[in-house]
Design a protein around this ligand. Sequence first.
Ligand SMILES: [Zn+2]
Length: 63
Amino acid sequence: MAKKGNRIIITLECTECRTNPDKRSAGVSRYTSTKNRRTTTNRLELNKFCPHCNKHTVHKEIK
Ligand SMILES: [Zn+2]
């Protein structure tokens, strides 16, 4: 049985929304995900589709 308590909810934010001048719409793309804090101690970075930049960008964990 899997142990509880190691998975925490994180927020991933588009790294290009704040600097991209060719954005299709205002706002910042965010995804929520979970990670295992025991095995993933550094900040998570994932390639996700950003609807504001209209392309795949790197989304970084915030907070
Ligand atoms: Zn973006």
